[in-house]
Design a protein around this ligand. Sequence first.
Ligand SMILES: Nc1nc2c(c(=O)[nH]1)N[C@H]1C(S)=C(S)[C@@H](COP(=O)(O)OP(=O)(O)OC[C@H]3O[C@@H](n4cnc5c(=O)[nH]c(N)nc54)[C@H](O)[C@@H]3O)O[C@H]1N2
Ligand SMILES: Nc1nc2c(c(=O)[nH]1)N[C@H]1C(S)=C(S)[C@@H](COP(=O)(O)OP(=O)(O)OC[C@H]3O[C@@H](n4cnc5c(=O)[nH]c(N)nc54)[C@H](O)[C@@H]3O)O[C@H]1N2
Ligand code: SF4
Ligand SMILES: [Mo]
Length: 684
Amino acid sequence: MADRDAEPDPAESICPYCGVGCGIKYNPKSGKATGWKGPVNTRGEVCPKGAAAWEIVDHDERLTRPLVREDGALVETTWAAALDRIESSFSRIVAESGPDALAFFASSNCTNEENYVIQKLARALGTNNVDNCARLCHSSTVAAMGERFGAGAMTNSLDDLREADAFLVAGANPAEQHPIIFRSYLLPAIRDGADLIHVDPRATDTTGEASLHLPVKPGFDIPLCNAIAKVIVEEGLVDTAFVADRVDGFEQFRESLEGVDIGANAELAGVDPADIEAAARTYAEADRAAIITGMGMSQHHCGTDNVHALLNLALLTGNVGTRGAGVNPLRGQNNVQGAGDVGALPDVLPGYRPVTDAEAREAAADVWGFSPPATPGLTEVEMTHAFGESIHGAFVFGENPAVTEPNANRVRDCFDRLDSLVVLDLFRTETAEHADVVLPGSAWAEKAGTVTNTDRQVMRMRPNADPPGEARRDLSVLCELGGRLTDRNFDYEGPEAVFDELRRVLPQYAGMSYANIGTDSQRWPFPEGAEEGVDVLHTETFADGSRTAQLRAVEHVDPVDSVADEELVLTTGRVLQHFNSGALTRRSGTLVRMRGEDVLQIHPEDADARGIDDGDTVRVGNDRGEVAVEADVTPAIRRGTVFATFHYAAPLINRLTGDRLDPVSKIPEYKHSAVRVEVTPDGS
Ligand SMILES: Nc1nc2c(c(=O)[nH]1)N[C@H]1C(S)=C(S)[C@@H](COP(=O)(O)OP(=O)(O)OC[C@H]3O[C@@H](n4cnc5c(=O)[nH]c(N)nc54)[C@H](O)[C@@H]3O)O[C@H]1N2
Ligand SMILES: Nc1nc2c(c(=O)[nH]1)N[C@H]1C(S)=C(S)[C@@H](COP(=O)(O)OP(=O)(O)OC[C@H]3O[C@@H](n4cnc5c(=O)[nH]c(N)nc54)[C@H](O)[C@@H]3O)O[C@H]1N2
Ligand code: SF4
Ligand SMILES: [Mo]
């Protein structure tokens, strides 16, 4: 296959971190990266992570040769020996236990072409056990929005969000997690007078720009949303024309609100009823109001219901289907949107067509030459839990589940039960420590292909460096494995050839062209023959073709962990400088480990009651595990709640999180765990 694009350097590429999708380029001469004027960062602006992305390219801890386990230790070997070992162990597992004894973890940090090939490889082997960590972020949002609106993606483009008069930001912290969106799209609107209502148990940088902060108790967003809905209905703030035209089930929904007591719900949610009323008025009275929703809503055992409760607000007030008004999940990694679009999910084929749909399987078979299996596979956390039981071999591509999956002590035991674990990564991660084969892959500056950002823009990455040592491009590794493990054709000339094939099975991308994307972007849906993609969704009909969407009564469900008197509620999340498992950002010299990152935020009264001083080392524990972490005593967090990031392998915060899954989307409960917090005997 073609080894690299013939582009002059420095070649325009896309940031390997978050779903904003800023243009950055790597200059091999200086070894540095800079922003270019991309489709999203139109002035070339980047955040600290984008600016530091060069450090991981030429990092001295990069994997440069394949490793295999011999007598308990990982030792260097040749590609031929490593690939032989995978071929023999995976073939043996399939022969003995069938293809569903294998699990494939795809990568939302990697390209559409790479994810398309890995899902095709799993399906060619005969299993739908392929998932990516979209499962862990917005699977609940996608489930709720898919059911109600017919599509799980952002309803707006970033550009038209600038026209909003009000933002309802629920369980998200875009100032730190989507900094360029915040700075370049939300802030200008706020400076022009748009209100920002922030629903978050903590005050963050986002709250700094808010006109109203509702410090909700983790796990109690449904009572809060229902109370807002009640105010909207009681005060006559419903958009009756929109409801008559585009909404079903209003009467039933109104009746369901009769049982809602605003005062009681406010108390349950831990917020002031006057603030609920103010939030309802600001949101409903704005000409154009946009919801921004994140992990605080999605990552609960009731994550799908949380989002349903939020969607009711948009439907009641007519805030969907126009510029500046809609519902916008800000997506996680640079290609988490695309990894799902191209079918790296266990229940759907490319284009979100269910594996259970015979017509969809036939359409795929026409292009692939084989029919994908008809039974949905397992999701990410379900696959891990099945290790040693129904699953004996796993392939982990560009993910670090040993750090990022919930209930990490259990995850460690699960990994130890596998017969064969293959990891394709840039670094020897915590997950790689469980592997029997570790393959050295390619970083952002070394690969070509497309990625799809949070507002559905498909953009191109371009290589401007060669992988270090014997490391290989991820796409060529996946294609080689496809050829070895199956009797299907995985012989592509390069990413463009893969893109051309995926357009044939992915209706939303059908009209795009790899060449025409150029240094611009093409947005899905982009039907065959269209001149351009669609920016605002659901304008005339919802994406499922229906003119109307349904209002739905949602009941509060109690958190899984009950919280004893002396216990606190741990919620988890992110900080600006670090990214997910920290595999990349912990290795960066400029995104240095700073106080304020691997700390436990605790309210002064909760700290006092436990004799904890700022800076003390505290033990945080529950039945699942224990970690030691430094206390950051701050009123930014609500009383009764503590917060920590999960960016470190030590302290490994996911030892404390529970693994109960949302019944619909199978997203884990990362945002509510009961914990005991005690100062260590010497406080250090
Ligand atoms: N700097 C940085 N940026 C990132 C990432 C990163 O690791 N670092 N990761 C990327 C990825 S993969 C993702 S998915 C996105 C996630 O982006 P966000 O959704 O913004 O991520 P989180 O910080 O996990 O959660 C957001 C907020 O939810 C709040 N919260 C906690 N519990 C609750 C609750 O019960 N209700 C409500 N309403 N709020 C609650 C937290 O206090 C937190 O401020 O960020 C992406 N961008
Ligand atoms: N407690 C708690 N836990 C959480 C969350 C939370 O809010 N709280 N959030 C969850 C969410 S939303 C997510 S998305 C997950 C993220 O979970 P993961 O996806 O497991 O985390 P990452 O650190 O993004 O892992 C990416 C891995 O891919 C590697 N990599 C990066 N780029 C490339 C590449 O181009 N090629 C190859 N071969 N490898 C590459 C990196 O070295 C790293 O090991 O964490 C989840 N875990
Ligand atoms: S906002 Fe996201 S995409 Fe843009 S530079 Fe920062 S991490 Fe990269
Ligand atoms: Mo995520």
